[in-house]
Design a protein around this ligand. Structure first.
Ligand code: ZN
Length: 146
């Protein structure tokens, strides 16, 4: 294991995200307002649109698929950590369509419109307050990693 930090569970928040809002922006705003710098997030609900992505490991770039229809959020989960001194949400999502077919991928920011979404957010605090997980550019993968 290359990077790991010990965290202590703090508050667990449960709530509903605003209709029409973006999932990632909503989670990041929630964390900014409460000064949450690390968290685990789970969301279920429904979307009116979304863009899911996959990362091409050779080209080092994201490819996107825009979805403009009604979808159930079968599962959306991920984490919040610090990138450029701001809470940054990294979420993946599985959606199902009207035919119960599923699609999934890396959730792209500022592309979703929430129909309804319920979240559980587990706030985490570093065991050693001087240490926290921060995302930094990684040349080997081209991603911002811990
Ligand atoms: Zn991802």
């Amino acid at each position: 294991m290359k990077v790991a930090q010990a965290f202590i569970p703090e508050k667990i928040y449960m709530g509903r995200l605003e209709k029409g809002a973006d999932i990632i922006a909503s989670v990041e705003e929630f964390c900014r307002e409460r000064k949450i710098r690390a968290a685990w997030v789970n969301i279920i609900g429904a979307l009116e649109r979304a863009t899911i992505s996959y990362y091409d490991q050779v080209k080092h770039e994201y490819f996107h698929r825009e979805l403009n229809a009604e979808y159930e959020i079968v599962s959306c989960s991920g984490n919040v950590s610090i990138k450029e001194e701001q809470p940054f949400a990294h979420l993946h999502i599985v959606l199902s369509d009207t035919q119960y077919q599923t699609l999934g991928g890396h959730l792209w920011p500022n592309t979703t419109a929430i129909f309804a979404a319920e979240f559980v957010l587990f706030e985490l605090k570093p065991e050693n307050t001087a240490e926290e997980l921060k995302r930094c550019p990684d040349t080997e993968t081209g991603l911002a990693l811990w």
